[in-house]
Design a protein around this ligand. Structure first.
Ligand code: SF4
Length: 401
């Protein structure tokens, strides 16, 4: 691939030259994508983009515990944790997780509740459930050895194209290009591609470009460098274009589209939900249940809940059938005013939550809930929302905690 090496110059001539070089860079890629007739030697040749990225990475990368290792299990754990989590937060979780479960067999043998508890606070709990399922698949289908082929890795629960490519290239040096949010951003900007990344066409185009640019001699190093560059330099807002190694060939910079690339077509509709939680007390006991079914927070524990279609006052809740059902057999109940409330934002939902404390004269039936000692509540894996309530309770109402 020919990449024009002119340097960035200010002024009209410099801008024209930059535009011209950027257009050449982009056209060159499109032609190759259409013709696809290069020889193996051409294909194996290191692109200037890859060479620059390797140099940049050697001087700028962060030192992290999952970097520079070839243990597929640990790479997998780090990749799953980092899918929806910032590195700073993921760091501690990763260390705790691999200290408790140092290999895939120990994770496969783990108690589900313990894994969920270890995951508490990270959110997106389906990741923890999938980790457990996949660890058990490794034991059952691969004799406890992490699969060493892309197809084998990709066949595990919760592992998609991106994670499979990351593990295959980092752990085994297999030639698979990763395409994550960082890669979409960097490539769309350097090449000035405005095809929406959340369409079939966009996904195919970027996968093809990423594969085209992949350094086949060091795919793991190249993939890490590209993602690190996106995470540190070509960030979503206010990227560091001033000192960027690609400033002389970045189409987005040349055409003033840095802030608008990459393009996304659709936005997911965010639906509101209204949760009314009750911290029910009788003697030293309280009640919880494990969430089941295809809904948020599956396998996490929660306090007795009445979900309503819209915001509802305590008075109306107390007149509802759901209340009757929950507190059957409770005798006289005394309900606090709302002790904690918040708007909890998830990817597709906004939870409007209210928490109340309810003292019961007798133990209510609480069908579907289990009775536990209130001071053992902290042993159960709960959502970040409920964790927030419990933290608030321990600070503001220590006698109830
Ligand atoms: S010049 Fe700016 S937008 Fe272009 S690759 Fe560099 S950091 Fe990203």
């Amino acid at each position: 691939m020919c990449i024009c090496k002119s340097s960035y110059k200010s002024g009209k001539n410099g801008s024209v030259q930059l535009l011209f070089c950027g257009a050449l860079f982009y056209l060159n890629y499109l032609c190759r994508l259409i013709m696809k007739k290069e020889s193996k030697e051409q294909r194996d040749r290191l692109s200037p983009l890859a060479a620059d990225l390797h140099r940049w990475y050697a001087e700028n990368h962060r030192v992290l515990p999952w970097r520079g290792i070839t243990d597929a299990y640990r790479i997998w754990i780090s990749e799953i944790i980092l899918q929806q989590t910032r590195v700073v937060q993921g760091f501690e979780y990763y260390n705790r997780f691999v200290a408790r479960f140092p290999d895939v067999r120990s994770l496969a043998a783990a108690d589900d509740d313990e894994v969920m508890k270890l995951w508490q606070g990270l959110g997106y709990y389906s990741r923890a459930r999938n980790l457990l399922t996949a660890a058990r698949q490794v034991v059952e289908r691969f004799g406890g050895e992490f699969p060493t082929t892309y197809e084998g890795i990709r066949s595990l629960q919760g592992i998609g194209d991106y994670t499979a490519a990351a593990i295959a290239s980092f752990a085994y040096g297999l030639p698979y290009a990763v395409v994550d949010g960082n890669v979409y951003r960097v490539l769309s900007r350097i090449y000035g591609i405005d095809v929406p990344i959340d369409t079939t066409e966009g996904k195919k185009l970027f996968a093809s470009l990423a594969d085209e640019l992949l350094d086949r001699h060091d795919p793991g190093g190249y993939n890490q460098a590209l993602m690190e560059f996106g995470a540190l330099y070509c960030v979503p807002r206010s990227p560091r274009c001033g000192g960027c190694i690609f400033a002389d060939r970045c189409m987005a910079l040349a055409t003033h589209r840095v802030e608008t690339l990459p393009v996304k077509q659709g936005r997911t509709e965010v639906k509101p939900r209204y949760f009314n939680y009750f911290y029910v007390r009788h003697g030293g006991d309280t009640w919880v249940r494990r969430r089941e079914g295809r809904d948020i927070w599956r396998n996490l524990y929660e306090l007795p809940l009445i979900e309503t279609a819209e915001e509802q006052s305590l008075e109306l809740l107390q007149q509802s059938e759901a209340w009757e059902e929950l507190f059957r057999g409770a005798g006289r109940v005394s309900v606090s005013s709302q002790v904690y409330g918040c708007k909890h934002v998830l990817s597709h939902r906004v939870i409007h939550a209210r928490f109340y404390v309810v003292e019961c004269e007798q133990a209510p039936e609480m069908r579907g809930y289990v009775r536990i000692e209130a001071d053992r509540l902290g042993d159960y894996a709960v959502s970040r929302l409920t964790e927030g309530f419990l933290e608030n309770l321990s600070v503001n109402y220590p006698s109830l905690f």
